[in-house]
Design a protein around this ligand. Sequence first.
Ligand code: BV8
Ligand code: ZN
Length: 251
Amino acid sequence: MTGSEQDPIEVPSTLVNTLVKTEQWVVMTGSGISAESGVPTFRDAQTGLWAQYDPQQLATQEAFENNPHVVWQWYQWRRELIRNTSPNPAHRALVDLQRLRPNLILVTQNVDGLHQRAGSTNVIEFHGNIHRNKCSHCQKPGPESEAAQPPNCAHCGELLRPNVVWFGESIPRVALQAAAHAIETCDVFFSVGTSSLVYPAAAMAETALTRQAIVVEINLNPTPLSSRADFALQGLAGQWLPAITDLVRAG
Ligand code: BV8
Ligand code: ZN
């Protein structure tokens, strides 16, 4: 299936029939769902000042310990970029789907908060949220800050850091448990806008496949999940999700 900007997209009728008669859905999103809002995906080349940095080298505790100012400024640059974007039709379609299927559980790998800004509720933030800070030492929450340098924790004086999950760090237990419970009970699992390379987030699709839930991938490019999904819808999330929503609403 390809859904490019030119040709109209056609949602398989077998998928529509499944969606119309199921209620328990889990949707896992990655940075591809925010791409049409203008937020660079994790594996897109970073633009401008950050072009020479690899996000996987910056999003680590080691990078922050070695160079807190560079890592902090990368996050300040991303926060500013995200503040100047808006949710796109893909985010909004998920809000509509959640109204049509109140049991829909939305798990996101994204830290941009765009699902919440679009109106999605009960969003499980697998990798935290870029708009929140915490202390790099005592872990207590810290205030948002426009500062160019990482501020000091009011409790212990150590540096504040973004409250996101860096590579090598564990997923917040509450998020992990909520996502694990959702995946164990779902009839349909959507993987939207993710290269399915980062674990343990990518393990959710594996569990869905093992449980023989219906697995639907919506992604611009093929991924390691594409050949195993029941439906691999290639193209823009901002086209596929609204089309699916219209058909479920008409269902
Ligand atoms: C952990 C927050 C260990 C920070 C991020 C096996 C098991 C467990 C861990 C590992 C493992 N193997 C390797 C690991 C280590 C590592 C990992 O998975 N590495 C990968 C790279 C191999 N995992 C970890 O370190 C995790 N921690 O497991 O700790 C541990 C174990 C025990 C005890 C203690 C510790 C933590 C991972 C979380 C890292 N943090 N983000 C920040 O954002 O600054 S991950 C980062 O990648 C983002 O959150 C992003 O969402 C996520 C995944 O990337 P994608 O979202 O998929 O983005 P990508 O660019 O790759 O793909 C976008 C896709 O969208 C593309 O395919 C593109 O085609 C598509 N697309 C583009 N436009 C559109 C579109 N699709 C549709 N429409 C469009 N318009
Ligand atoms: Zn502290």
